[in-house]
Design a protein around this ligand. Structure first.
Ligand SMILES: [Cu+2]
Length: 145
């Protein structure tokens, strides 16, 4: 009987773990990576990230097997000069979204491991402040300027 309860307890904790991992509060839409010239060591990703949860979520890390690193950036315009600043994290307010777009916040992807062309898919893993992570597929597209 004791073993039975132990098994049940184990099963229950395994189940609750699964439930926690399955609750994905973030969704991504209109996500794309701008195709860059072959020599380019950096690429840029744009997207809208939505937080359907009741609590603010902070993105603390973005990573992909296809890049050496990914940083959160923001383009700021000062005295008609555009410069990029780096953010350590990005907050997505509860029941709200943030839009990463040209001239504003974006993800900077460094050192692609191979030439990535329009139509290719990149898997980006986002880690949030409670160390949960979600992965998203982002398609490379030709930028329309
Ligand atoms: Cu940047």
């Amino acid at each position: 009987m004791k073993n039975y309860f132990a098994t049940l307890l184990l099963l229950f904790s395994a189940l609750s773990c699964t439930t926690a991992a399955a609750s994905n509060p973030l969704s991504m839409k209109d996500a794309w990576i701008a195709e860059a010239p072959p020599v380019s060591k950096v690429m840029v990703a744009y997207m809208t990230i939505e937080n359907k949860g009741a609590q603010d979520i902070t993105l603390i890390k973005a990573e992909s097997d296809l890049y050496s690193s990914i940083e959160f950036h923001e383009t700021r315009h000062e005295d008609s000069m555009a410069r990029m600043i780096r953010h350590n994290d990005l907050v997505i307010p509860a029941n709200n979204h943030i839009t990463l777009k040209r001239g504003g916040k974006h993800m900077m992807l460094f050192n692609p491991v191979k030439r990535l062309k329009a139509g290719d898919t990149v898997t980006i893993k986002l880690t949030i402040n409670n160390n949960d992570s979600q992965t998203f597929e982002v398609t490379v597209k030709k930028p329309q300027y």
